[in-house]
Design a protein around this ligand. Structure first.
Ligand code: B3K
Ligand code: ZN
Length: 875
């Protein structure tokens, strides 16, 4: 495969920019069909740059150049040259003012990067490299300028005109037009620029900062969504207070604006003072949003707000340093959510994501380190590795340093680097200096890819009253990093030892630091053989080879004082049961459910003391996508049958217990968002899903579910019924889906749920219905949320996607090829299910490979998709 248009960029090639830009004046003239952008910027040669070349390359793509002038004189053709990806200015002085006018076409911008339109409203997305689709510029994060932005547009189409910073002027113009001028006093890289213009209303509130400044808070939405912004606003105020309290960070501008748009490539964007959000992470009401949606809004609002310091005030020197802001900000939003809700629940959710998606990425062709060494398309590196593993790396530093020294490190980081564009090394160096902890070996977490694998051996010496545990680590090879070349990681391991009553033995230190390939830790004065609770709170992003018996896991489930490890024991126990049954089915042997496991589940169902969320989570079996990764050769059909067998057996054997849990946790009261209420709903709805686990469940349970659907006063309870029923082949399924559609067809976010339900069904008819839904009015190929909900969810439906004839593969490849010309970022994301193709049987391998090759051969394939497909085929 060759595609010469796409070239790889290496971290080692980083050079400081030859020129810096101190100030930028932008003038946007929004028309009916196009937009003219006039940019005037002040350039100065960078004293730190080695080169003294008089040529200067400016990034610029898909731009119509109208005018270019230097220091007030229009440039003759001899002084500049247009190239595919930009413009070269020739014979430039050491400082100058550049004026460039370009024309762009927001209506035709289906990639949703740069300036585009969503439901008629103009909005921008510039990270990572979208600004170059607006004007010619030094589109790199280490060039930071003060922006003044003037916008003019039609007063009827665009009554609202917004940009970063403070509004300094506005007024009327001739012909029904008006303008606004915004000034952002903080120098920023252009990826943080934003413009929004359209017909929006806002809800308003205010926040008084710790130093007594009053901040005007506004959330802009379409008028029909006015009533759905309350939760987002509350979340914003909580985030502002939390960041002051926990990190000592105060907001810096006088206004903070959030705009919700329906067409957005990802979750949200932290543009300075003007966040643009996917409406999914702003709008919520009990009737339309689930508990998970509410938590999602709170988490993403916090995440973008926290970026104001970790990302905006201190930004990245180059895109290889992306985790500098993303890993740290994810850590911060996880901590915030833990403080607002339930810490153990939050930790379990975060670890589930990490294990299912990041571990999978780490073991496949896209494996890369938290700070990658090269990329072809930076948009492909907004990954679970950079974000979530990056957050784990920060969390490990927090564990090693302790909360107090961690905070000192953060303070030093801001003291040293406020207003700068810096590297991950700069961050670690501030942490090490402030705490006096040696983090040199620890930094390997930034450079070495792959998930370390630990093995555990225990030894109990009854005479010496001595307990020894030997831990060893290895990290498998990843693309361009072989196992032999990898050095041992510095791994913090929180742990405990349980006595036979299930109590914690007293220990001097509950943290082990594994720094070499193998190490033995000895504990004296241990009077009985302990049960080891390892990696409490999941203190490091590693895999541990199963070493404990099922009895020990059941014991930990019942007794561990660490709630995370109590849950983890249930997870590991279910995993071992399902994987064993998968191989039993593969050998055509009779499947029998381990009585020990049945007992463990019965204990959960009859537990009236513990936190209900945690009980609900302990009942939720590992997903097929996760379990598949644990198999040598993945067998989707038997894996699905084994998991389904476990659910059905449990439902049959423990029907009375499940019913009691369902009945004991119904609540007809008003919808409440407390952890307690969310826990109750979670437990109740997990019980319901078991009761409906059969293809043709008991009519009495179906009736009970129908009643919940009809009486539910919140989306969590309603969708739980549909979701459980979506796998049943019974007439009620169709009736409910139709009823739900009629009720909610005008609400795009609720319709996303309707699509996801159908695309995630394990019924054999799923692919056919997904294909039908592609033509349904509820679907639109140009809306990323719809694409994710239907096509993305189908790709994540393990058993349906891996249908042995390869029809799922063919369908997904068709969609990727189609979407690639329209929106490469979205197309690229859809390739993920193909990436693990080598893990399947030879027939499926062949089928998947053929589809990857078909995609690769597409004429004019985008760099985004090209990179994913090439990596998959090359390794
Ligand atoms: N920083 C943005 C992500 C931009 C993605 C560009 N492809 C959102 C966030 O992480 O907060
Ligand atoms: Zn972020």
């Amino acid at each position: 495969m060759s595609n010469t248009e796409h070239s790889t960029i290496y971290r080692k090639d980083y050079r400081v920019p030859d020129f810096l830009i101190t100030d930028l004046n932008l003038n946007f003239i929004l028309g009916k069909k196009d937009c003219v952008v006039k940019a005037k910027s002040v350039f100065q040669r960078n004293q730190e740059a080695k080169s003294n070349s008089n040529e200067l390359f400016l990034n610029g793509e898909n731009l119509e150049l109208l005018f270019v002038a230097v220091d007030g004189s229009e440039l003759p053709a001899s002084r500049y040259r247009l190239e595919g990806k930009g413009m070269v200015l020739i014979d430039m002085p050491d400082s100058f003012v550049l004026e460039v006018s370009t024309r762009i076409y927001p209506d035709k911008n289906t990639a949703l990067e740069g300036l585009y339109r969503s439901s008629g409203n103009f909005c921008t997305q510039c990270e990572a490299e979208g600004f170059r689709k607006i004007t010619y510029y030094l589109d790199r994060p280490d060039v930071m300028a003060r922006f003044v932005t003037r916008i003019e547009g039609d007063i009827v189409d665009c009554p609202v005109l917004l940009s970063n910073g403070n509004l300094v002027e506005e007024g009327m113009l001739e012909g029904g037009r008006h303008f606004a001028v915004w000034e952002d006093p903080f120098p920023k890289p252009c990826y943080l620029f934003a413009l929004v213009a359209g017909d929006l209303i806002f809800i308003q509130d205010e926040f008084t900062t710790c130093s007594g400044r009053r901040i005007d808070l506004r959330i802009y939405v379409e008028a029909k969504n006015r009533e759905k912004c309350g939760h987002a606003m509350t979340s914003l105020k909580k985030s502002m207070a939390w960041d002051e309290e926990v990190f000592g960070l105060e907001y810096d501008l006088d206004t903070y604006m959030i705009v919700a748009v329906d067409d957005f490539n990802m979750g949200a964007m932290e543009n300075k003072g003007l966040n643009v959000f996917n409406s999914k992470y702003v709008l919520a009401s009990p009737e339309t949003a689930t508990d998970q949606d509410y938590l999602g809004v709170e988490g993403v609002i916090a995440h973008e707000y926290f970026h104001n310091w970790t990302g905006n005030r201190v930004t990245c020197r180059d895109w290889f340093q992306l985790s500098l802001k993303e890993g740290l900000t994810v850590f911060r939003d996880q901590e915030f959510s833990s403080d607002m809700n339930s810490r153990p629940v939050q930790r379990i959710e975060d670890v589930r994501v990490l294990r299912s998606f990041q571990f999978r990425e780490d073991s496949g062709p896209m494996a890369h380190s938290v700070r990658p060494d090269s990329y072809l398309e930076i948009n492909n590196f907004y990954t679970v590795t950079v974000y979530n593993k990056g957050a784990e790396v920060i969390r490990m530093m927090h564990t090693l340093l302790g909360a107090e020294d961690f905070r000192k490190g953060i303070d030093l980081y801001f003291k040293r680097h406020d207003g700068q564009a810096v590297t991950c090394d700069d961050f670690v160096s501030a942490m090490a200096t402030a705490s006096d902890v040696d983090l040199d070996q620890f930094k390997l977490w930034y450079s070495q890819a792959g998930t370390p694998e630990l093995t555990v051996t225990e030894e109990w010496d009854v005479e010496g009253q001595r307990y020894k545990v030997t831990l060893s680590q290895r990290c498998p090879s990843t693309p361009s990093q072989s196992m032999e070349d990898k050095k041992a990681f510095h791994i913090p391991i929180s742990f405990g030892l349980l006595d036979s009553n299930g109590n914690d033995m007293e220990l001097k230190n509950a943290l082990l630091e594994l720094k070499s390939a193998e190490e033995t830790f000895t504990f004296e004065g241990i009077h009985e053989k302990p049960v080891l609770s390892l990696l409490r709170g999941f203190s490091a992003p590693v895999k541990v080879e199963p070493w404990q018996s099922r009895e020990q896991l059941a014991f930990l489930m019942a007794n561990d004082s660490d709630p995370f490890n109590r849950w983890d024991a249930s997870f590991r126990l279910s995993e071992s049961v399902i994987l064993e049954l998968t191989s039993v089915l593969q050998q055509n042997r009779q499947a029998v459910l381990d009585p020990l496991f049945i007992d463990a589940v019965r204990r959960i169902l009859t537990d009236r003391e513990s936190d209900k969320s945690l009980l609900g989570m302990a009942l939720s079996l590992p997903e097929e996508n996760y379990l598949a990764q644990q198999m040598k050769v993945i067998d989707p059909d038997n894996l699905h049958l084994a998991r389904r067998f476990v659910r059905r057996e449990l439902a049959n054997l423990l029907q009375a217990e499940f019913r009691a849990v369902w009945e004991g946790n119904t609540n007809r009261g008003e919808y409440e968002l407390t952890s307690e209420a969310m826990g109750r709903r979670r437990l109740q709805n997990v019980a319901l899903s078991y009761l409906l686990a059969g293809e043709r469940p008991d009519q009495s349970d179906v009736d009970m579910a129908m009643e919940q659907y009809e009486n539910g006063n919140n989306m969590t309870d309603v969708i739980a019924v549909l979701s459980a029923m979506s796998h049943c082949d019974i007439p009620e399924r169709g009736e409910l889906l139709q009823n739900f559609y009629e009720k909610w067809k005008d609400d795009v976010l609720v319709m996303d749920k309707w699509l996801i339900l159908q695309a995630s069904s394990s019924l054999p008819s799923t692919l056919a219905s997904v294909k039908d839904l592609m033509h349904h009015p509820a679907f639109s190929i140009s809306n990323p949320n719809k694409v994710r909900s239907l096509i993305g969810a189908f790709g994540g439906n393990h058993v349906a996607f891996h249908n042995s004839k390869g029809e799922g593969y063919c369908f997904l490849a068709d969609q990727i090829i189609d979407l690639d010309s329209r929106n490469p970022q979205i197309a690229s994301r859809l390739t993920t299910p193909f990436s693990t193709w080598k893990r399947y049987d030879t027939v499926r391998q062949k089928l998947m490979k053929a589809q990857l090759q078909r995609i690769a051969e597409k004429e004019g394939l985008s760099g985004d998709v090209f990179e994913m497909v090439r990596r998959s085929l090359d390794t």
